[in-house]
Write a protein that binds this ligand. Structure first.
Ligand code: C5P
Length: 215
């Protein structure tokens, strides 16, 4: 029985960073499920697939040629690590993620990441839908203001100009879509530990998850 730790939460809650560090500490594999939706979105944008063509989008998702090498993410052997982080790709990802056929197309792919010695999976529905029997489920959250501020610093740090009001509006819109969609809405899984990181460093959040796992 290969152990799984699920870390779900809203956009910019820090779950990606925490999942990464916990996986590193335990020597586990990592599933960044959001990247799969982003890869599908990137492909759809490039091919100009209509975002309401559920069938065509599901086909795209099903036939993605993806590769994860360390921190780098590849789409058909092209390094798209930065390309999939663009705001437009994130927004498109959150739109197509509301389509049941797209989620279904990515289901088996995600299960395949469960390999010895273990997996840390981060996303929106890791604990509710994909790995409901996970050994540890964490719901990581933070106030929308704290998350907008983190995103702001990230962008400025990369030399990308950013506007706090736009970021706030964007995060709220994405929260709203992820929380209120009919399929796999963002809610804490049954038995999940909820961790509000608004006033918490990444290190502390990682410690808390490690302690829960050891308990
Ligand atoms: O986590 P990240 O921001 O990379 O995810 C991009 C989008 O993909 C999210 O806004 C969400 O709508 C969708 N997503 C999802 N289920 C997951 C992971 C991501 O619906 N497990």
């Amino acid at each position: 029985n290969i152990p799984v730790i699920t870390i779900d939460g809203p956009t910019a809650s820090g779950k990606g960073t925490v999942a990464h560090r916990v996986a590193e500490r335990l020597g586990f594999h990592l599933l960044d499920s959001g990247a799969l939706y982003r890869l599908t979105a990137l492909q759809a944008l490039r091919r100009q697939t209509p975002l309401n063509d559920e069938h065509a989008l599901a086909k795209l998702a099903e036939h993605l040629h993806i590769g994860f090498t360390g921190e780098a993410i590849f789409l058909s052997s092209e390094n798209v690590t930065d390309a999939i982080r663009a705001e437009e790709v994130g927004n498109t990802a959150s739109k197509i993620a509301a389509l049941p056929a797209v989620r279904q197309a990515l289901f088996g792919l995600q299960l395949g990441f469960r390999k010895a010695p273990g997996l840390v999976a981060d996303g929106r529905d890791m604990g509710t839908v994909i790995f409901p029997n996970a050994q540890l489920k964490v719901f990581l959250t933070a106030s929308v203001e704290a998350r907008a501020e983190r995103r702001y610093k990230q962008l400025i740090g990369k030399g990308i100009s950013a506007n706090m009001d736009d970021l706030l509006m964007d995060l709220k819109a994405r929260d709203d879509r992820d929380t209120h969609r009919a399929i796999a809405p963002l809610v804490p899984a049954e038995g999940a530990h909820v961790l509000d990181t608004s006033d918490m460093t990444v290190e502390l959040a990682v410690e808390q998850v490690m302690n829960w796992y050891a308990a």
